[in-house]
Design a protein around this ligand. Structure first.
Ligand SMILES: *Cc1c(COP(=O)(O)O)cnc(C)c1O
Length: 387
């Protein structure tokens, strides 16, 4: 059989190089400024970034930190999570969501997600609450994950959280920049966390993260936790904390990236729209809730012949990835924790069917046509082989 796909310049799954080209001069100046003033820890850029991030998502407080995992740990510490406390988390997520709970001695209870949005299923959240009660666990709160860039269905989730007297932490590591029915990610829940890992929609050149809250008291506790639980200064220790600061250099880089972020979010939405239009309908395309935008960390399809399609794409040098091939409740480190209702059927199906395509704001129309053609060809070949 002849190869139906012409050879061309390789497409990057996430192309950070094109963004860097665009703002390279400004980045160089920003980094040089930090080298000149020498305040590498908690320098002026850190506080400027926090002000700008608060303004961006319309939240009262931004507490920057070392990474998205520390952001979760600090948020849980601020909520005073005690060893033995249970926290509902989705199983279909990056491990850090549950890890932060376990690390503090808490018990993650894994819940299922909705197959079309990949986000926490409100019905499974209710089941998780029953499971906690059945197992005699003290349930403290819920961590939602705004997976692949889209906020969860908070109109359905928040009443359940409130009725059961729980707190809500939103893990928005993939969704900073998104809007849920007029509310910016960062303002939803008691506390929101995010990550500035390079591949996230807003990423730095190393590790970074932030915690957002509208509550003044929580913000004060978070600022203390970030620096070893400090009181009036570093040598006054009023609580157990962490070394969780964001580097000044990363803050300087993030300030330059934040300046182009609104444009990049629009470009990501356009890239997603073009994929929607180009791809065959047999490949289930990602669903957005009405009145909701996504930060498009990933553009994720579903197809029952995922592994065969992925193998064909790889043969053609087309980058595609699977997030996530194994759910947390089936990972060795987490398999002993409770599962809502005993099984998570949607999560199990998703791990076998999801496929994420190249996604970044600088993906051109031509690039996307090539991705779509490769996918169409791979999908066609797999269909033909199955007949
Ligand atoms: C990336 C990610 C994290 C962790 O962020 P780090 O900065 O890598 O620690 C947490 N939760 C989710 C859903 C993520 O995607």
């Amino acid at each position: 059989m002849t190869d139906p796909i012409p050879m061309r310049r390789p497409i990057e799954f996430i192309d950070l190089g094109r963004q860097q080209q665009r703002i390279r001069e400004r980045l160089d100046t920003a980094v040089a400024r930090v080298l000149d003033h020498g305040h590498y820890i908690m320098g002026p850029e850190v506080f400027e970034l926090e002000r700008r991030l608060s303004a961006f998502c319309d939240v009262r407080h931004t507490v920057s930190c070392a990474n998205g995992t520390d952001a979760l740990v600090m948020a849980l510490m601020a909520k005073d999570l005690k060893p033995g406390d249970a926290v509902v988390v989705p199983s279909f997520t990056f491990c850090a969501t549950a890890e932060a709970v376990s690390m503090l001695g808490g018990i993650p209870i894994f819940a299922d997600v909705l197959e079309d949005t990949f986000n926490l299923d409100p019905a499974s959240l209710k089941q998780a609450i029953s499971t906690a009660r059945d197992e005699g666990l003290r349930l403290a709160g819920v961590i939602t994950v705004d997976l692949f860039g889209q906020p969860c269905d908070y109109d359905a989730i928040e009443p359940i959280v409130r009725e059961n007297g729980l707190w809500l932490i939103c893990d928005a590591a993939q969704a900073f920049g998104a809007i849920y029915r007029g509310r910016h990610v960062g303002t939803i829940g008691d506390i929101t966390t995010t990550s500035f890992f390079p591949a996230k929609p807003l990423g730095c050149y190393g590790d970074g993260g932030a915690v957002f809250t509208d509550d003044d008291e929580t913000a004060e506790v978070l600022r203390s936790l970030r620096v070893h639980g400090q009181g009036k200064d570093k040598y006054d220790n009023v609580r157990i904390g962490v070394n969780g600061r964001l580097d000044t250099l990363q803050a300087a880089i993030l300030l330059e990236k934040l300046a182009v972020f609104p444009e990049e979010l629009e470009a990501r939405a356009q890239v997603a729209d073009r994929y929607d239009a180009l791809l065959p309908v047999e490949l289930a395309r990602p669903a957005l809730l009405p009145g909701t935008t996504s930060a498009w960390a990933q553009y994720t399809l579903r197809t029952p012949s995922r592994d065969a399609v992925l193998a064909r794409l790889k043969e053609h040098g087309m980058p595609a990835a699977v997030y996530y091939a194994r759910p947390l409740h089936r990972q060795k480190a987490y398999a002993h924790y409770p599962v809502a209702g005993g099984e998570l059927p949607a999560t199990d199906r998703l791990t076998a069917t999801v496929l994420s395509l190249p996604m970044h704001p600088y993906l051109t129309d031509e690039d996307q046509r090539y991705v779509a053609a490769s996918l169409q060809s791979a999908f066609g070949a797999v269909q033909a082989a199955a007949e």
